[in-house]
Design a protein around this ligand. Sequence first.
Ligand code: PRP
Ligand code: URA
Length: 206
Amino acid sequence: MVTILNHPLITHKLAIMRDKNTGTKDFRENLNEIAALMAYEVCRDLPVKQVKVETPVSSCNTFVLKNDIVLIPILRAGLGLVNGINNLIPTAKVGFIGLYRDEKTLEPHEYFAKFPDNLVDAVNLVLDPMLATGGSAIAAIDMIKKRGAKNIKLVCLVGAPEGVQAVEKAHPDVDVYLAALDSHLNENGYIVPGLGDAGDRIFGTK
Ligand code: PRP
Ligand code: URA
């Protein structure tokens, strides 16, 4: 299932990020804020379990989250989504997947992986601002499925139709969340209109 969060606050902040004149500081801050807004929607259907608590007035039956939440940013650009979501889910654990996209072939290459113990029972949120060809997201999901992850959600800021279709085909069980679905990929594999190279804009590199 693909959910596109066409929300005025998110679209407003994303417009600031898309602007080529927006600098690193504002780019990062808006990404942080959008990540938190997206987390609210992404977590809407998380499983809960019943608990009994004593309020100052009486006891009550209520609910808390049932599963651990694991945030799995795809390095580097996925790091930009961690803080905003972590602010809403402070108990979330964080795993890391290092992938870079070969500029010529557009194929993803793995250079790092580190995960918390229990991906099997956790809700695993794979984070990357950009879903272009989908190669990086598919490789990341392959990697965590190999380690037992079952409940997986892919959270991206901007997606291209090509990437969405590729992920849906490779991993039909994974829910995909996007702040916006853009038009297409250009001949260099960049999302149009997109926002450019997310990693470079977050970290001020070229
Ligand atoms: C970017 C982006 C995604 C990937 C998307 O990463 O952050 O991970 O490209 O492209 P795809 O859907 O075609 O795989 P990049 O390889 O530029 O690395 P970086 O995050 O280190 O800048
Ligand atoms: N990676 C990016 O950072 N931007 C794109 O438009 C495509 C891939």
